[in-house]
Design a protein. Sequence first.
Length: 346
Amino acid sequence: MSSEGVARKIRQTVEQEAPGGGNATLSACEAGLFAAVGRERAMRAGERLFRRGDPGELMYVIATGRVELDFGNDLATKQLGPQEFFGELGLLIGEHTRSADAVCIQDGRLYELGQGEFQQLVDRDPALVAQFLRRSITRVVLNEQGLIRQLRRRNQDLETALDNLYATTHQLNQTEELIRTDELTGLYNRRGLTLHVQECRRLGMDKPMGLVLVDCDRFKQVNDDHGHLVGDRVLQNVAGILRSVAGAEDVPCRLGGDEFCLLVSAQGRDEVMRYAEFIVSTTRSLLKLQQAVPTICPVSVGACLVEPERDWNDWYARADAALYEAKRLGGNRAFWMDETPPPAMA
């Protein structure tokens, strides 16, 4: 078989592959999201949507009716029905040469999605889109090395296709980063921290660490008196303090609301408390420069050492107990906790 024939067959296999091992069916949640942003159009039996060799930048989702994909060269045709999709490489990697004829074999409706609609998908539900992308391109990425071995020396066009696959993987990584990151502050969110801890465990996390839990004092009053935009700016400034003190191996995170944490590499109590005291002293200094519209608020900080083999909930309970003591003492201070207090007796 010629290099062009090999290339065509591989492209056909890639485009034909779909979530669930060949089943190109969207989940109910995915179908609802794609229908909400896609451009609806009618299709008539016998209508040709595109030909092999046509450039394409659109993905299609079938609402009703059926579509047949003919890959030519005596390869099996594929028939798709409601909630199934095709042409996804045109969406994922931009302009893409179609490897099949797509013909409507039954009246119905479908949705078209281009780059603009894809951005809307990401904006609406990045987690669901990341799930769809991961399932859609897994086999493409896994075939990457085989594509290199078979075709790199034969066909420059396939080298370009390979570069596009790298770009698609990068886009998936960016989408995954959206899931890990708090939109307001740019810090890790709770999910991002959880995934980081899981990754560290897989790599054999054994370094001593400390957990610094930070809670904004009287933050609700800031929102009530000055509005949420001012409150958001205060949270961003607290995040900036955590970011400034964090080292290369430390992880600042917004757990939610006005609660933050900092997971640090530390050998003992004194080292962890230096982080905690820096955060408190920095907010105190900024409070002295406070204007009529607040840009910062006092914080209470709880700190503790953590054991890598223990569960995150154990770490959090100990740091939260320290934080509670800091607030009980009036806030605007840091408190250290050596052991997690036992639960109160009923």
